[in-house]
Ligand binder design. Structure first.
Ligand code: SAM
Length: 489
């Protein structure tokens, strides 16, 4: 969202937030000891009852439905967003199966003004989309948005996600984006969504990172202390924040860290409202850590599947030479659990605003290709991720083959990468049939042999077995990015 992080949401209750660094074994609890007891003991009102807290949240989003994206904006060219919202992506990570999205039922829990519901509809052709939200205004906007874009198989209801069972539906996929950290009791929200998730369904949700947003939580604490969040914030409160920031010296830490250098003077009034609402005046916003996230999942008996931006949580990538770590780190990371690796990452480098993840009912997961036997490879069927099956990327590939230039398969979907992924044109050429549909690995290997009949160094003929090894290596590499999806017959 441009240079300013417009997403993210704040609240008056977050005077309690800094206190929420707890160990994995503790329950997530809003009432742990605060880091700023002197502030707490002086002036903080008691927590409002959950219902009145939710009333404030509803009023806040009736006043400013989120996101503030014009109705006619289409996510069609946003390949990363489509990739992220595709049930194919999540189901492959969990089950190592390529699902057909037709007739799947998808819930957008806390759908806001419906932009993500629209992304879900476009990313999952043939699926039915059901959106619910606390705020009636948001629901109305979401309905209008999907109608505007001609999406017919979508329904929206004003409903608390804690009451989602009242719909009498079960879902293949639940998207609960930018909502969980607003709930007075996130475990209750997760339990409600789990109760309507099909046995092999997948839930994507996220929490705000306490470490990444620490500065905003300090700002929220200030504005809470000043009484700006006693009622749902509106024009008056927004003006007070702007006047405060403009009046402060530029090197005052809060201003320097949350206001300066963000091009705020250049954004539209609408975007400014969103920035204030998302970061300074957001009711209900709570920051969490990785141990808290896993404690929550344990509490409700859901199983972690993957971070949504898993490549951006790779702790070894934080080292100058990932292949040559200091001995202590090499040994520790080799045996660390996924939770431990993620926690070390957030402590070393808290750059991710969201702890954004997929989870599912406990149960066996699919076998990743790294663990496949030779026999499984022999019968593999190869799919291109649907978000790569575009005419633009196919044209790119053909151009690269014709000009013998490297093919940048990551050109459109960059989310799973840290750097461009390039394939030598003559190797990439064997992927071309994947734009027509899934192919047996043997067919791709045969095509490889036709494109490269002889070894360019020895001029010996390339054997079928060698071609299979070369194609297998390429597919193994691409599977890590989910650019290709592999099923064993
Ligand atoms: C930050 S917005 C996110 C909207 C949308 N999911 C997105 O990411 O674009 C949070 C939304 O969650 C809704 N919400 C908050 N608490 C809720 C609850 N208990 N049940 C249903 N919706 C809720 C709010 O009304 C608001 O529309």
């Amino acid at each position: 969202m441009g240079q300013v992080d417009m997403q993210g949401w704040n609240d008056p209750l977050n005077v309690r937030r800094p206190s929420q660094i707890i160990s994995t074994t503790q329950e997530v609890n809003r009432d742990t000891t605060p880091l700023m007891p002197q502030v707490m003991s002086q002036a903080m009102p008691p927590d409002p009852a959950p219902d009145s807290a939710q009333d404030k949240i509803r009023q806040q989003f009736d006043y400013g439905p989120y996101p503030r994206i014009p109705l006619d904006t289409s996510p069609k060219g946003d390949y990363n967003d489509l990739f992220r919202h595709s049930l194919v992506t999540a189901a492959y990570l969990r089950h190592r199966r390529v699902v057909d999205t037709h007739d799947k039922v998808i819930l957008d829990a806390g759908c806001g003004s419906g932009y993500k519901a629209l992304v879900l509809a476009l990313a999952n052709p043939g699926a039915k989309i059901v959106g619910i939200d606390l705020s009636e205004k948001s629901v109305e906007l979401a309905r209008q948005r999907l109608q505007f874009h001609g999406v017919e198989n979508a329904e929206f209801y004003p409903l608390k996600l804690e009451q989602v069972g009242e719909l009498g539906l079960e879902f293949d996929y639940i998207n609960c984006d930018e909502v969980l950290y607003l709930l007075p009791d996130p475990a209750a929200g997760l339990r409600a969504m789990k109760s309507v998730l099909k046995p092999d369904g997948i839930l994507r949700t996220n929490l705000h990172s306490l470490y990444q947003r620490f500065l905003f939580y300090r700002a929220q604490t200030l504005f809470q202390f000043l009484g700006l969040l006693d009622t749902p914030p509106g024009d008056l409160e927004e003006t007070v924040v702007i006047e405060t920031m403009n009046a402060l010296k530029n090197d005052v830490r809060l201003k320097a860290e949350t206001w300066m250098g963000r091009n705020l003077e250049q954004i539209t009034p609408d975007k400014m409202k969103e920035y204030l609402g998302a970061n300074f005046l957001l009711i209900g916003d709570t920051g969490y850590t990785i141990p808290q996230l896993f404690a929550l999942l344990e509490q409700v008996d859901l199983e972690f599947v993957s971070m949504v931006e898993w490549r951006h949580w790779d702790v070894t990538e934080l080292f100058q030479d990932p292949d040559n770590l200091p001995a202590f780190w090499g040994m520790s990371l080799a045996t660390a659990s996924i939770q431990e690796r993620l926690h070390v990452f957030e402590l070393l480098h808290p750059v991710n605003r969201l702890l954004d993840f997929w989870c599912a009912h406990p149960g066996p997961a699919g076998v990743p290709v790294d663990d496949w036997s030779d026999a499984e490879w022999q019968t593999a069927v190869v799919h291109l991720h649907p978000q790569l099956r575009t005419a633009d990327l196919k044209d790119d590939l053909i151009r690269c083959i014709q000009t013998a230039k490297p093919f940048e398969i990551s050109r459109f979907v960059t989310l799973p990468t840290l750097a461009p992924v390039l394939l030598e044109a003559s190797v990439a050429a064997c992927l071309l049939p994947l734009w027509d549909g899934p192919q047996p690995i043997q067919a791709l290997a045969e095509r490889y042999r036709q494109v490269r009949p002889v070894d360019p160094v020895t001029l010996e003929p390339v054997l079928a077995a060698d071609a299979l090894v070369a194609v297998r290596e390429m597919l193994n590499r691409l599977d890590a990015f989910l650019y290709v999806l592999l099923e064993s017959a």
